[in-house]
Design a protein around this ligand. Sequence first.
Ligand SMILES: N[C@H](CCC[C@H](N)C(=O)O)C(=O)O
Length: 296
Amino acid sequence: MSTLTTAVAFEKYHGTGNEFLIVDATDPVPDRSAFATTHCDRSTGVGSDTDGQTGADGVLFLQLEDRFSPPRIIMTLVQPDGSVAPICGNGARCAAVWAMDRTDADSVMIDTQAGTRRATRVDDGIAVEMGEPTFAPDRLPLAGNRTEPLIEESVEGLTVTTVNTGVPQAVAFVDDIESVDIESAAPAVRHADVFPAGTNVTFAERTDSRREGVPRFRQRSYERGIEGETQACATGSVAIAAAASRIGLIESAAPVDISLPGGELRISATDRGELLLTGAVTHEFDGDLAAEGVDD
Ligand SMILES: N[C@H](CCC[C@H](N)C(=O)O)C(=O)O
């Protein structure tokens, strides 16, 4: 039986190794979950001869509203398991470059399910205002009628501090991040009963500073919706800074430098005290995909 397929244009980007297919939200994709699951698959998804990678960490459906100044983007991130993530720090930087290339603007507003974020072009990439991290149990969310934040508590044998940086993050500070067996340690925490919406799990090791007076952490993250380790998770980087400051490891959540498998991120503070996340964006390649999320 032959299947009629509609081609949809995509552009592949990554932010510190966190890879996304960007699709214009006005293009007709009937089932976004099926589309993301098919094309993000790491063995059978979209491939390229240039970057050697198959698949992606999610699809960013972006709707550009360029009648506003600064231009706005409505961003929906559909993950490889078909779920929608409220926000993504690395994805927001990629979305910003996609919109800036179409509008000549150096600043855009990104409307996400976790709120609106401003992104600005800076010397070393894109800086995104990441909102106010919260430890509040109802915002994380945490199960039951819990009134106390979950700070340095054991969950499934791992001591974590939980914070919502637009998405839930459970942060574990460890002495040696290389020796963490993330595929064994993270899934039980990611699915623990105390997190009714699940959580991302981020590991952090304090390490030598590269800039005087700026604390630095190495990071590895296991992401909900991908159900595996990614090269970078920027909401996890913000979570490390917020959690480290909350438990007194560092004086303040900014400035902080973060080294990830996929590159470097910097956290600074805006004049208004909001955390600002800065990092690079790479446009990898473009192509067409079956809108129906089927390969044949
Ligand atoms: N990679 C993203 C976070 C995605 C979060 C998502 N995995 C979820 O909460 O379900 C980042 O750079 O911030």
